[in-house]
Design a binder for this molecule. Structure first.
Ligand code: HEC
Length: 112
């Protein structure tokens, strides 16, 4: 016999559905890293500085500079730079909910 809470009309299943809707509507949470999500988080967190090289931030799309950074420092070091912050970059790059996977996706996004 199936347990009662699996039935669709049970309040517990409404709650579960509500949680999924909340997750999908939150701009800073990346449930599955799709290109569109990365672009959104980039816009709300990183673009303020990385779109126009504010404070000399390596610019989005400046492939030469990003390739150099990836080669010289390596991806793990770049992720750590964002996590811990740098001279001019706040820790987390203004994305409080980002994890290492998100930062990696954002860095890949910026280097294109
Ligand atoms: C307030 C401005 C600002 C924001 C917001 C910001 N950055 Fe930066 N970022 C910088 C600056 C400036 C540098 C150049 C290093 C320095 O002087 O701090 C930099 C450097 C970097 C680097 C190179 C690190 C290295 O080791 O050389 C990476 C990677 C990076 N940012 C990623 C991100 C990501 C991802 C986000 C968004 C989640 C972000 N940044 C948001 C300003 C910013």
């Amino acid at each position: 016999m199936r347990p009662n809470f699996l039935k669709l009309n049970h309040p517990a299943s409404w709650l579960a559905q509500g949680a999924v809707v909340l997750l999908l509507n939150s701009p800073l949470v990346i449930p599955q890293s799709t290109a569109a999500d990365v672009a959104k988080v980039y816009q709300s967190s990183c673009a303020a500085c990385h779109d126009h090289s504010v404070f000399n931030a390596p610019k989005k799309g400046d492939k030469v500079t990003w390739d150099k950074l990836k080669q010289q420092k390596g991806m793990p070091a770049l992720i750590n730079s964002v996590k811990g912050g740098m001279t001019q970059m706040p820790a987390g790059g203004l994305c409080e909910n980002c994890n290492e996977k998100d930062f990696k996706a954002l860095i890949e996004f910026m280097s294109k």
